[in-house]
Ligand binder design. Structure first.
Ligand SMILES: NC(=O)c1ccc[n+]([C@@H]2O[C@H](COP(=O)([O-])OP(=O)(O)OC[C@H]3O[C@@H](n4cnc5c(N)ncnc54)[C@H](OP(=O)(O)O)[C@@H]3O)[C@@H](O)[C@H]2O)c1
Length: 277
């Protein structure tokens, strides 16, 4: 580890989530001191009075907002928290963003103009969306219903995101002021991803593509407020219109190795019982 990171304390937001839990683990493995933050530890993105205590005395922070990074809530909170962090001397900040998401640009801009030594990590769809989070329930019942048609996406393993974040945190000024695009190594349709999961032991599974409107109606049927459902459908429409059907070489550039393949993720998650009913 570089000399200047030996005593580094990093605040990790979303520390119980898909990326934050792995960022915390990778940072600890790299010898950093980790301050894990989520509502479970008293840190609340919606309550600015909880931010100072979480930030004070840290050297760096990983910011993963719990709602979509392009949501107005994320824009407001990420900008405000980043400015507070800089004011408290927590200058090295890494923001998790999404590749190809036009809606995320205001949040990125609020982050960039905070005065921090900033780095934005723009990730493709996580492989772990299939094993942790809203898609799991359907897969456990044998069906993924999603408005992704037959578009191809280079799913990225959240562990690779975590390794990239730690490389940024420990990389001195190397990645300051940069937007890093990272993806997995292979383009897959959602149908092919579901087939990989079935092959890995996830059971008999089908993929049923639906229109954005049908998906939005299903979300509101599950109780998601209409405005939020409309926003999410808009984001999915942007992310899945074909613009992201290409690989980026960020993981290899930053880590000097290939990203983990979706098949490896599927095998490990199936062995962990991710899709057991
Ligand atoms: N999914 C994708 O493919 C993808 C791709 C690119 C970017 N992103 C971005 O990733 C971000 C989400 O990151 P993630 O998927 O790693 O998180 P996640 O798995 O959705 O977990 C959310 C985390 O935030 C915490 N949390 C929830 N509400 C909170 C609150 N009000 N205050 C403080 N903490 C709260 C949760 O813990 P507690 O319940 O304990 O609070 C949990 O640790 C979003 O901004 C999204 O746009 C996602």
């Amino acid at each position: 580890m570089a000399e200047n990171t030996r005593d580094m304390t990093v605040l990790v937001t979303g520390a119980t989530g898909r990326t934050g839990s792995r960022v915390a683990a990778a940072a600890r493995a790299a010898g950093l001191r980790v301050r894990a933050a989520s509502r479970a530890t008293g840190f609340d993105w919606e309550d600015a009075s909880t931010w100072t205590g979480a930030l004070r005395g840290a050297d760096a922070a990983y910011l993963a907002h719990p709602t979509d990074v392009g949501s107005p809530d994320a824009t407001k909170a990420v900008g405000a928290l980043a400015r507070e962090a800089v004011g408290l001397g927590v200058r090295r900040l890494v923001l998790l963003s999404a590749r190809g998401e036009d809606q995320a640009r205001p949040t990125e801009e609020a982050f960039r103009t905070s005065g921090a030594d900033w780095t934005i990590v723009r990730a493709s769809w996580f492989s772990q969306n299939f094993s942790e989070g809203p898609l799991v329930e359907g897969l456990r019942r044998g069906e993924l219903v999603f408005p992704a048609g037959e578009v191809r996406e280079p799913f990225i393993d959240a562990r690779d995101i975590a390794d990239v974040v730690v490389a940024v945190l420990t990389g001195g000024d190397r990645y300051t002021g940069r937007e890093l695009e990272i993806t997995g190594p292979r383009l897959l349709t959602f149908r092919e991803a579901v087939a990989e999961i079935a092959r890995a032991g996830g059971g008999e599974l089908v993929y049923t593509p639906v229109t954005a409107r049908e998906y939005g109606d299903a979300l509101t049927g599950f109780g998601v407020p209409a405005a939020e459902a409309g926003f999410l459908v808009g984001v999915f429409g942007t992310l899945l219109d074909g613009r992201n059907s290409r690989l980026s070489d960020g993981v290899r550039e930053i880590l000097g190795r290939a990203p983990r393949d979706f098949a490896e993720f599927a095998r490990e998650a199936a062995a962990d019982g991710a899709w057991k009913a």
